[in-house]
Write a protein that binds this ligand. Structure first.
Ligand code: MTE
Ligand code: MO
Length: 246
């Protein structure tokens, strides 16, 4: 699929350079223009994927950001984390990385932060606008050092939904998108339990079910095939689309 280095540059560079000679002769010219059209289409598609989601103002923030799906993992372990204000919570960043990380909330808060006011759209037919603060996932991945084989990023959550672990995954375009953050605050306060305390994903170009809550492990992988049902997410394993772009 698409590598981390020069997503567009690599495609354009390779194809256009390779076709340069052919273009000088008659039939080659139309080949080159076909390739250029194709490049343009690829470029447009990628630009769409890397474009920012709309951001809103403080006045637009919904008075109540409802909780949906799991609103409390309800395990003894999670209750203990709530009781200790998540001081022992660790976020692992591992899998196909050079330097696996294990971050406390203090570690996460000490990193460069991003705050964004965005609209969350759930397939069940509701939306809400909230202000999220957290660490760009791309910063965590660059600190950990993604290995070249890594193609997807998997989010492992602390909750079971109908007895099965909630998990999600995205490709590297979304993983490196500037608005993809590991959030620890909603509307200027620590994330409430119902919204995924202490850490949840915001993946602003995707529908609500991609935004994993209660995240305890971020794993870089080459393939989604071996994980749970193999479709890349809890809801995907039950028939939802893996690519939920908006
Ligand atoms: N761990 C976990 N993450 C989850 C879910 C869940 O049940 N468990 N539900 C998803 C769905 S369908 C939506 S719409 C959003 C809801 O986020 P909210 O509870 O902050 O509204 O979380 C998503 N992430
Ligand atoms: Mo949802």
């Amino acid at each position: 699929m698409i590598g981390r280095r020069g997503i567009i540059g690599g495609l354009l560079g390779g194809l256009v350079a390779g076709c340069g000679k052919v273009a000088q002769s008659g039939p080659g010219a139309s080949l080159l223009s076909a390739v250029e059209d194709w490049n343009l289409a690829v470029h447009r598609a990628l630009t769409k994927r890397t474009a920012l989601a709309p951001e809103f103002s403080i006045a637009d923030i919904s008075p109540d950001f409802r909780g949906n799906g799991t609103t409390n993992p309800g395990t003894l372990a999670y209750a203990a984390h709530v009781a200790t204000n998540f001081s022992d919570w660790r976020l692992a960043v591992d899998g196909l990385v050079e330097r696996p990380l294990a971050l406390s909330l203090a570690d996460v808060r000490a990193l460069q932060q991003r705050t964004q006011i965005t609209r969350h759209d759930c397939v069940e037919g509701w939306s809400a606008i909230g202000q999220w603060t957290g660490v760009p996932l791309r910063d965590l991945l660059s600190t950990a050092g993604l290995r070249p084989e890594a193609k997807f990023v998997v989010f492992h959550c602390a909750d079971l939904l109908s007895g099965a672990p909630y998990y999600e995954s995205i490709d590297l375009i979304d993983a490196l998108h500037p608005q993809t953050i590991v959030a620890h605050m909603l509307n200027g306060a620590p994330l409430p339990v119902k919204n995924g305390a202490p850490l949840r994903m915001r993946i602003e170009r995707q529908l609500g079910y991609k935004h994993a809550k209660y995240v305890e492990r971020i794993e870089a992988v080459a393939s989604l095939a071996g994980i749970a049902g193999g479709k890349g997410g809890y809801w995907e394993d039950r028939g939802y689309q893996w690519y939920a772009g908006i």
